[in-house]
Design a protein around this ligand. Structure first.
Ligand code: SF4
Length: 253
């Protein structure tokens, strides 16, 4: 069905969408700045129909944070605690299993695990969380540890990111979550998450994961100091890098 555009600046973009062509960062800025929101929605729907038809997929997962102790200090984080600080916790395997069993229902088909960058426990602690879940719930996918955590594990354990990922996969890792990406530009990261993986490190962790046969995710944490252009640069990484994401998730702050 032809789209009726109220903003003539969208004509060239509409043509590209019809032909299945990749949009540029400049096209993205035009879409962000147009007052013609209904046309943007129709164009987005056309792309969605081209890619997915009428298919919609969803899963029910259980979100687990094994520890909130963290060496980093991201500006947007109300979760982390310093070692010994009131409210700091690190679940051992019994506590992890109790946590899961208390919340389990048979529709859950994935564990989604992220947590603090805890220097008080060895890398084996993180491997053990995955081993414990895989042993007790062998049919449930384990989506665990962000690209930022992979970089932390490597630094903390004196391993390469490839070695870290190989060990995690041996323990039962199925896919990486998208967290830690926030906005993948250095201006944003220097202000919001200065102590954790850089843009290049986060992308490298995911590229290695793909190289080892995993498919992975990416989030976009937008709505704070990020500019429209930074949001577009963030999204563009997943086309211009070697990563073909299974899903791009958006978190609005
Ligand atoms: S790395 Fe994660 S847990 Fe640590 S401060 Fe940043 S957002 Fe919070």
């Amino acid at each position: 069905m032809a789209i009726l555009l109220n903003d003539p600046k969208l004509s060239a973009i509409s043509e590209k969408v019809r032909n299945g062509e990749r949009l540029t960062i400049e096209d993205g800025l035009t879409l962000y700045n147009t007052p013609d929101l209904l046309s943007v929605a129709q164009l987005a729907n056309e792309v969605n129909q081209q890619k997915n038809g009428d298919n919609v997929y969803f899963i029910e997962n259980m979100y687990i944070n094994p520890t909130n102790v963290c060496e980093a200090s991201c500006s947007f984080c109300g979760f982390k605690r310093k070692p010994g600080e009131e409210g700091a916790y690190t679940m051992d395997s019994d506590e992890l299993l109790r946590y899961v069993n208390e919340r389990w229902n048979d529709n859950i088909n994935e564990f989604h695990i992220v947590g603090g960058h805890n220097t008080d426990v060895p890398f084996d602690y993180y491997l053990d969380t995955i081993r414990t879940l895989k042993k007790n719930f062998p049919n449930t996918t384990v989506k665990a540890y962000t690209g930022a955590e992979i970089e932390f594990f490597a630094r903390h354990a004196g391993l390469s990111m490839r070695e870290v990922l190989e060990e995690l996969i041996k323990a039962g890792l199925d896919t990486l979550p998208g967290g830690g990406a926030e906005i993948l530009t250095e201006r944003y990261r220097a202000k919001m998450s200065p102590d954790k993986a850089s843009t290049d490190e986060w992308l490298e962790a995911h590229e290695i994961a793909h190289d080892l046969g995993l498919r992975t995710h990416a989030t976009m944490l937008y709505g704070s100091i990020d500019t429209y252009e930074e949001r577009l640069i963030h999204m563009d990484h997943f086309v211009s890098s070697k990563i073909k994401q299974t899903g791009l998730w958006y978190s609005f702050h």
